[in-house]
Design a protein around this ligand. Structure first.
Ligand SMILES: *Cc1c(COP(=O)(O)O)cnc(C)c1O
Length: 377
């Protein structure tokens, strides 16, 4: 692609690598917003490496700002949090390859169980310490959690496990299916299922101290979903699926200009020549492509920020590079371009990129590739 620019420049300056910077202060502010919306405990969900922001970094910032629990999908994500000195309770809820009950109990990691089979796999093991479990009930998602017709069997097996001293049922969990709707009416069926589950476990003689249903959207919009704890994940990164609340973007993706050139009108740019310059202009290349998580499907509106100004991304996104049309400015080699960052009126946000790519911000932040250097602000 460089050759299409017609001019080459020697690399005589030291270039900073493409970098994703996590901003703990923003995570703290997002927790403060959640705190103002709920009196329930707050679990910071740091699955998928903290939504791409670094699980330990996000967890530390969230706990410093008042989160009381940590949540991950797989138990394999927990030891790193413990190794980092984080001592709050940790819950994991999807362990397809099973759980080592003793390791979980000694690591003080709670396990959500969504079927009799999952619970039995735990009860078959011998562990000196009772494993703390949360009964995970399907509250309308049909993705995870125990279906209603199996609740009684799961509850009975859990009761039996408690009697044997093998497990302690410490939580009851559901998940809201309509996370992108800020609508208590839409949540009502799940809330009512959660209450029904609560009555069923109480009737069986169990009394789990903690019931939890809401994720970010429910936390921000619907107190009826809060119960004893909310599980706040996307919101930590500044993503509000309900689009009701201005949260703080918690990351910044930057890259150096590695090549700049002045080109004539009529110059095709990138693979397929899908973009042809309409006037004489300046082009710059950034060393980031779809291998680094820049979506290939972006619309012509996509842009980056250089020195406080927006410049469009032009031509196809390559595996390793994108080209920016900087108009009248011939941008010096090594100049930092900001692909996305916290909202400041100029810098594109992850919401902008999600719109340009026809996706949700979650996919962008969790899709930044391994070549991009990680730092903490
Ligand atoms: C991912 C996840 C959450 C957090 O959801 P956000 O919308 O990102 O806050 C909560 N609970 C479960 C079960 C999840 O899988």
């Amino acid at each position: 692609m460089i050759s299409t620019l017609g001019v080459s420049q020697p690399r005589s300056v030291d270039l900073l690598p493409p970098t994703l910077q996590t901003i703990p202060e923003a995570i703290g502010k997002n927790i403060a917003i959640a705190r103002a919306r709920t009196r329930s405990r707050i679990m910071a969900v740091v699955k998928a490496d903290g939504y791409g922001h670094g699980a330990v970094t996000v967890a530390r910032a969230a706990i410093a700002a008042g989160a009381e629990w940590l949540g991950t999908t797989d138990i394999a994500e927990a030891p790193r949090l413990r190794a980092a000195g984080l001592t709050v309770p940790i819950l994991t809820w999807l362990n397809p390859s099973g759980v080592d009950a003793e390791a979980a109990a000694t690591g003080r990691v709670d396990i959500a169980v969504g079927s009799v089979g999952e619970l039995e796999a735990v009860l078959e093991q011998t562990s000196p310490t009772a494993l703390r479990v949360h009964l995970h009930m399907d509250t309308g998602m049909a993705r995870e959690g125990c279906p209603v017709h199996e609740w009684d069997a799961l509850i009975a097996a859990a009761r039996q496990g408690e009697r044997q001293g093998k497990v302690r049922v410490v939580g009851l969990m559901g998940h809201l299916p309509l996370a992108d709707q800020a609508d208590s009416e839409a949540n009502a069926p799940a809330v009512s299922r959660m209450r029904q589950a609560r009555r069923a476990v109480m009737a069986a003689g169990l009394d789990p101290p903690l019931t939890h249903l809401a994720a970010t959207s429910g936390t921000l919009t619907d107190p009826a979903t809060h119960f004893g704890m909310v599980r706040f994940g996307a919101g930590l990164a500044g993503i509000d699926p309900s689009e009701t609340t201005e949260l703080h973007g918690a990351s910044r993706l930057t890259a150096p200009v590695v090549h700049s050139a002045t080109v004539k009108a009529g110059t095709p740019v990138g693979y397929g020549g899908t973009y042809v310059t309409g006037t004489p202009t300046n082009l710059s290349v950034l060393p980031l492509g779809y291998a680094d998580g820049i979506p290939r499907e972006i619309s012509p509106d996509a842009s980056v920020e250089i020195h406080g100004r927006r410049h469009p991304v032009v031509g196809r996104v390559s595996m390793d590079q994108i080209v920016i049309d900087t108009g009248a400015d011939l941008v010096p080699l090594g100049t930092t371009a900001t692909v996305f960052g916290p909202q400041d009126g100029v810098t594109p946000t992850i919401r902008d990129w999600a719109r340009w790519a026809g996706t949700i911000p979650h996919t962008l932040v969790t899709g930044i590739g391994p070549r991009v250097k990680r730092t903490v602000a």
